[in-house]
Design a protein around this ligand. Structure first.
Ligand code: NAP
Length: 317
């Protein structure tokens, strides 16, 4: 990786532009800190791949995920936040300054709010990598669902994301198999109920994906295994959406920020917005293994920005 020059020296940098990072940006910008937000690989974060959000307060009829983050971004820009697209591969500290190494640029800041979110897991089964991206294996029904109009597809997982993906796919697909490794869904009760009542969704219980099958060009089916009986079956389908949870995006800060055994950043026991490193603040799914909700990420972003502002007022004379 080429890191050539420092172009940005800022008081406050916010890493990540999902719900947490954008809310932090609104608060910090309103506090006249003129934050720079580094977008990362997925501007807008996970919400941009969500369909309707029904539980974000203030939207009684729901709101699209993309629209919600777009509005947040405009709100942050209105108060003076600026945005840059880059991928930070290393975060370092030297004296009072933090350095964020991007693809060709290093950014320097006195304080950093880390809101890097989490990325979807893949399963690592045969065929998954071969057919990933446009060939039948996907991690985003919102992005790719329309390509499967009129075809049968499958979703792997039993959480809210998997159920949401399955229900969304019924807009295009006559049959959506929801393949779950246990005999009850992890998804919330109303979400699970909606899947069970949808005539286009067929839940296959106690089963895992063993192999993605294809013809060299595209997915043609799945080999699935019942974990109770060990029986295997082949399921013809044109696409499979993997929705088995997320891993925190924390590796870039391994030099300075501690994580738990799953990779989530560890915060101070008495204040979840503060990392153990003075001047580094945490918000959203990268530091939250339990809740992972848009409204909670937003709240965490606001807290991190307030904590950063108070800290900067103390240390920057
Ligand atoms: P999740 O809740 O962690 O669910 C992951 C699912 O994948 C679980 O059903 C799990 O099975 C399954 N799984 C994990 N590893 C697997 C493997 N190797 N093979 C097969 N299946 C595997 O993740 P999520 O659904 O992405 O949701 C993350 C968070 O976001 C949750 O807190 C969720 O409530 C929230 N969310 C909310 C909404 C909403 O409110 N609209 C929408 C999406 C997500 P087990 O059940 O057996 O562990």
């Amino acid at each position: 990786m080429l890191t050539t020059k420092i172009i940005e020296k800022k008081v406050l940098i916010i890493l990540g532009s999902g719900c947490a990072g954008l809310t932090a940006a609104i608060y910090a910008a309103r506090g006249a800190l003129r934050p720079l937000v580094i977008d990362g690989n997925q501007p807008g974060g996970q919400l941009t791949t969500t369909t309707d959000i029904e539980n974000f307060p203030g939207f009684p009829d729901g709101i699209g995920g993309y629209e919600l983050v777009d509005r947040m971004r405009k709100q942050a820009e209105r108060f003076g936040a600026t945005f840059v697209s880059d991928h930070i591969h290393t975060m370092r500290q030297d004296g009072n300054a933090f350095f964020l190494d991007g693809v060709t640029t290093t950014y320097e800041a006195r304080a950093v709010i880390v809101a890097t979110g989490a990325s979807p897991y893949l399963l690592g089964v045969p065929g998954e990598a071969e057919y990933f991206g446009g060939k039948g294996v996907s991690i985003c029904a919102t992005c790719d669902g329309a390509f499967y109009r009129g075809k049968e597809v499958a979703v792997i997982g039993g959480g809210d994301s998997a159920v949401e993906e399955a229900i969304f796919l019924t807009r295009f697909c006559p049959k959506v198999y929801l393949i779950h490794r246990r005999d009850s869904l992890r998804a919330s009760v109303p979400m699970a109920q909606r899947a069970k009542e949808n005539p286009r969704v067929q839940i296959i219980w106690d089963s895992v994906l063993a192999e993605v099958l294809g013809n060299g060009q595209h997915v043609t089916g799945l080999r699935i295994r019942n974990v109770k009986t060990e029986a295997e079956q082949t399921l013809p389908c044109a696409g499979v959406f993997i929705s088995v949870g997320h891993r925190p995006n924390s590796g870039f800060a391994a030099e300075i920020l501690p994580t738990d055994e799953k990779g989530y950043f560890i915060s101070l026991a008495d204040d979840a917005s503060c990392s153990p490193v003075d001047g580094v603040f945490l918000a959203g799914d990268c530091a939250d293994s339990s809740y992972q909700q848009a409204v909670i990420a937003a709240g965490a972003g606001a807290k991190a920005a307030i904590a950063a502002e108070r800290w900067l007022m103390r240390v920057v004379k």
